[in-house]
Design a protein around this ligand. Structure first.
Ligand code: SF4
Ligand code: SF4
Ligand code: SF4
Length: 254
């Protein structure tokens, strides 16, 4: 019996990384203050940063990173076949993330500039959802520890999984920050999904949209704001493209 007064069955959970920095997995592993409670809710079957145990039976697969090699495709399909639920874990997995910057140039140039011309297989970065069915996406570069824990508790207690539908500006206003647009900077807060507690603008850095588009946004009004402030539309597009999460909007008239 837990403190909520009902029995929670631990979920068998496994975590896998593909092309990424593993920062999202580390977010969970590093959260020592709540790690014991988190581990009590789950049965870790595979999680390189937390445990040396390896098992192939799991309910939930947290999949981190994007796909950039053919062997990753086969491995991902095997994970999908074994998991009852697959979660795209972090911005790389949800949108392609920073890895997608390589998609802007010919792959021969990537091999030449990054790998010094060595015979290394690499292909344009793909989202996890481009290859297999994804049940849930948890965005963030890195993910928010609090949000992941809340979602895992929802899954364990068989409650609906929700993400904020409103944009980062809501959280930014709650923190009483001066708007960066008023300081002459383009910030993607008006169009980006909240849930990070507006950590970047609170640190005086513009939001780059790592959590992807919010549901309740007015994109034409955002583009008009950039114009009204006489800021660069090219810079706006550059920021929108950084994490590869705003493809649909980039195609709109901006
Ligand atoms: S989303 Fe960001 S923190 Fe997470 S794995 Fe990708 S690059 Fe690293
Ligand atoms: S700084 Fe960014 S997130 Fe904050 S209110 Fe301004 S546009 Fe919104
Ligand atoms: S403020 Fe924007 S870029 Fe920064 S963590 Fe939040 S969503 Fe990501």
């Amino acid at each position: 019996m837990n403190h909520l007064g009902f029995e929670l069955q631990p979920l068998k959970i496994a975590s896998f990384d593909f092309t990424c920095c593993e920062g999202c997995q580390l977010q969970l592993a590093n959260r020592e203050s709540t790690l014991p409670e988190f581990l009590a809710l789950v049965d870790i079957r595979n999680f390189r940063e937390i445990s040396s145990e390896r098992h192939d039976d799991y309910d939930i697969a947290l999949v981190e990173g994007s796909i950039t090699r053919s062997d990753e495709i086969e491995r991902l399909k095997t994970i999908r076949a074994r998991a009852k639920m697959l979660v795209a874990f972090g911005t790389c997995a949800c949108f392609g993330g920073v890895n997608s910057l390589k998609n802007r140039m010919p792959q021969e140039a990537v091999i030449r500039e990054v790998y010094d011309g060595k015979a290394i297989e690499t292909m344009p970065s793909m989202r996890i959802g481009d290859i297999v069915e994804v049940d849930y996406g948890i965005p963030g570069c890195p993910v928010s520890k609090e949000e992941v824990e809340r979602i895992v508790v929802s899954l364990v207690s068989r409650s609906p999984v929700t993400l904020p539908t409103y944009p980062v500006c809501v959280e930014c206003k709650q923190r009483l920050n001066t708007c960066l647009f008023d300081l002459g900077e383009i910030c993607l807060g008006p169009v980006t999904r909240a849930g990070c507690d507006a950590v970047c603008p609170t640190g005086n850095t513009a939001c780059l949209g790592c959590r992807g588009p919010a549901e309740e946004i007015n994109f034409p009004a955002f583009a008009q704001l950039v114009r009204d402030k006489e800021l660069s539309m090219a810079d706006m597009r550059e920021k929108l493209a950084f994490y590869n999460g705003f493809g649909d909007y980039l195609e709109e008239e901006t």
